[in-house]
Design a protein around this ligand. Structure first.
Ligand code: FDA
Length: 391
């Protein structure tokens, strides 16, 4: 069957599997891993946050924020929900429109492989790309599988090897290298949706403490939970804002995102004036966090000792806690790679290269990065579908 391969897809992850299911007969997907969709398997704590009810172009970062619009609007979250329903996979909304499987994430992988096989495409695992060239008409790809070498000459080559995050799971920069070789440029790549680190582990004593915050950086803010860790800061609000942060910059945490603290403390002063200020703050914030902030806030005395101005000063400080991370945990734990193959060289409708007809790039390898919450898979489904349809 090898001579009959017209489309070779590199990477059997979310985008590659979806693309193959659309491209159909004459399509081969290869992956160097022993199993397809390994990131799907571990995603969402093993239940895969496979899309988001509210997914729209505004939930994505890219040097060209318009690029993702076409694919997202032609293969939407509702299309993927229909597919999941046709396969009898039960799901639930957890929070903020995030949809998860009731059962295991492996159901999504099994569904995609079934779709791929049903469409007449093929999947080779534990397969390496050894050599690649293009003769002006077709690609020539030398593959190594089970110790044997096979040469294919497909018309189409789809780059679907994802980003650089979690190298331990087999992430490589192959899509970037091939794209560059055929004339594409890359936008700067960096770890995103990633915890922050700080020198001297300032939060070690309150590691495990979580609370709702509004995390802000560079004009963007997310209201979700933050989590103090031994190494620094994590939790959904922090992962979200990490995509907007750059080295050397500060982030701001509003520890009272609902703006209730000032009035609450004034009311407590009326009824519990003789109580200790720190203890009373403990009704609103975790005790360990108050212990950490007490010296900087100069917390002392009873509530009755605090004037309105002093209570305002304390709440203002808690609403604008500025922190300067030293860095992030990097690709070791980042959920995604920000940046990638510059969308300027791709068709937003088909994902085909404008430099070399027959070359396509989809999924995380492209400079389109979603927020936390099922958006990155939706981009993989939408871009994979768009390329697969065009092929
Ligand atoms: P993906 O990374 O899925 O697939 C790339 C494939 O290419 C892999 O199978 C890899 O083995 C293969 N490959 C790489 N280099 C190769 C080479 N040189 N030769 C051959 N094959 C090669 N998103 C979301 O929307 N909801 C969620 O719940 C989560 N959760 C989550 C948890 C964790 C821990 C991580 C790391 C990431 C997430 N994500 C997520 C992000 C999501 O997993 C990611 O954006 C998509 O998997 C990207 O799909 P792709 O198909 O582009 O790449």
């Amino acid at each position: 069957m090898t001579e009959a391969i017209d489309t070779l897809i590199l990477g059997a992850g979310a985008a590659g599997l979806m693309c193959a299911a659309q491209a159909g007969p004459g399509t081969l997907v290869i992956d160097h891993a022993r199993a397809p969709g390994e990131k799907i398997r571990i995603s969402g704590g093993g239940r895969c946050n496979f899309t988001n009810l509210h997914a729209g172009h505004e939930n994505f970062l890219s040097a060209n924020p318009h690029f993702c619009k076409s694919a997202l609007s032609r293969y939407t979250q509702w299309d993927f929900i229909d597919l999941v329903a046709r396969h009898g996979i039960a799901w639930h909304e957890k929070t903020l429109g995030q949809l998860f499987c009731d059962g295991k994430a492996t159901q999504i992988i099994a569904m995609l492989v079934e779709e791929l096989r049903g469409a007449g495409a093929d999947l080779w695992l534990s397969t390496r790309l050894v050599d690649l060239s293009h003769d002006g008409h077709r690609f020539h790809a030398v593959l190594e599988r089970d110790g044997a070498r096979v040469t294919l000459s497909p018309r189409n080559l789809v780059l679907a090897t994802g980003g650089k995050s979690i190298p331990k799971m087999g992430a490589t920069g192959l899509a970037y290298e091939i794209a560059q070789r055929f004339g594409h440029t890359l936008t700067e790549t960096r770890p995103a949706l990633v915890p922050f680190t700080f020198s001297e582990a300032p939060f070690a004593a309150m590691s495990g403490t979580a609370l709702p915050v509004r995390a802000a950086c560079n004009g963007t803010a997310f209201e979700e939970a933050a989590l103090f860790t031994h190494r620094g800061l994590s939790g959904p609000a922090i992962l979200q804002i990490s995509s907007f942060w750059r080295e050397g910059e500060a982030i701001t945490l509003d520890l009272d995102p609902e703006a209730r603290l000032y009035e609450a403390l004034r009311a407590q002063r009326q009824s519990q004036g003789r109580r200790n200020l720190s203890t009373e703050l403990g009704h609103h914030l975790p005790a360990k966090l108050i212990g950490h902030l007490a010296p900087a806030l100069g917390l002392s005395g009873n509530l009755a000792d605090q004037s309105d101005a002093r209570l305002a000063e304390i709440t203002d400080t808690l609403r604008g806690w500025t922190l300067k991370p030293t860095g992030t945990e990097g690709y070791r734990t980042a959920e995604v790679t920000l940046g990638g193959i510059d969308t300027g060289g791709l068709s937003s409708k088909t994902m085909e290269s404008q430099h070399l007809p027959g070359l396509y790039a989809i999924g995380e390898a492209v400079d389109v990065t979603g927020w936390l919450g099922g958006y990155n898979f939706q981009w993989a489904w939408s871009s994979g579908w768009a390329a697969g349809q065009a092929i």
